[in-house]
Design a protein around this ligand. Sequence first.
Ligand code: SAM
Length: 286
Amino acid sequence: MEESGISRATVEIMQKHDFRVRKKYGQNFLVDPRVLNKIIEAADIRREDCVLEIGPGLGTMTALLAQRAGRVVAVEIDKMLMPILEETLSGYDNVILINDDILKVDMKNIVEAYNGGRPVKVVANLPYYITTPIIMALFESHVPLESVTVMVQKEVADRMKAEPGTKDYGALSLAVQYHARPEIVANVPPNCFIPRPGVGSAVIRLSRHKEPPVRVKDETMLFALIRASFNQRRKTLVNAVSNAQGLNVTKEQALQALERLGLSPSVRGEELSLEQFSMLAGELQP
Ligand code: SAM
C-alpha cells in the first residue's frame, strides 16, 4: 500500500498523544482509504440512519460515518482513546461517545435511548479477540438491527458464510445464517492497518432477515442441538446429541427422529442444513 494521508495522520495523532497501541484490545487501526470507503458503501449509510460503531479507535471511520449518518453512537473500551476521540471528532455534533465494554453495555438500551428503539446499522472494524461473542450478543439479545457491516478475520468471515458439508461450516455459520444473509464485501490484507495484524481480514455484511428462514417452536432447543452437534465434531450426530448434557435426548430418540426425517443414522452435524436442524429440533421437542 502507498503511504496514504490517513496513515500519516494516524502516526501523527498517536505520537502527539504518546498513545501506545494495546494488543489486548485488538487495536489495529485501518488506514487504507479505499477499504474505509468500501465499508461505508457496503453499510449503505443514509442521513436518516443511526449507526452503532463498536471500537472507534482513533475515530477515522467514525468521522466518515458522521458525514453520512444522522447520528453515530460509538462504544470504545479504552479510556486512553477518549481524549483522542474528543479531538478527532470535535467537528461533529452528531457523534455520541461511550467509554465502555461493548459486551457489558445494554445494547438494546442504547438503541432505545439514541434511536427510539428503531433498527440501527452496526459498522465496525471489530477487535478480533471477541468477534464471535459480539456477533452473537448482537443477534441473541435482540438488539433492533438492520445490518451489521464489519471487518473480521478472513477465516471468521468464511465460517459465517460457509455451506453444509464444507470444512468451515459450524455453529457460527448456522447462528449467523438463521439471523441474517451474509455477503463478503472485500478481502483486506494486513498492510491496510497500523500495526499490521498477523492474519488476513475481510469485510462482511450481514443483512438481518425480516423473518428467520426456518420456523422453530423453540430457538433455544435449536441452538442447543446445533452446539451439541458441533462440540463433538468427529462423532456422529446421534452420539454427539445423546452425550450432550442438558439436551435430555436418548440415543433411541435421536435415531428415531433421524429415521422419521429420512436421514442416515450415521449422519454428522456438518452435513445438515439449517432447515434439517430445525426439523430435527421439532422432532426432538419434548
Ligand atoms: N475503528 C478503528 C479503526 O478502524 O481503525 C479501530 C479498530 S480496532 C481493530 C478495534 C477497536 O475496538 C479498538 O479501538 C479497541 O480499543 C476497541 N475495543 C476492543 N475491545 C472492546 C470492547 N470490549 N468494547 C468496545 N471496544 C473495544
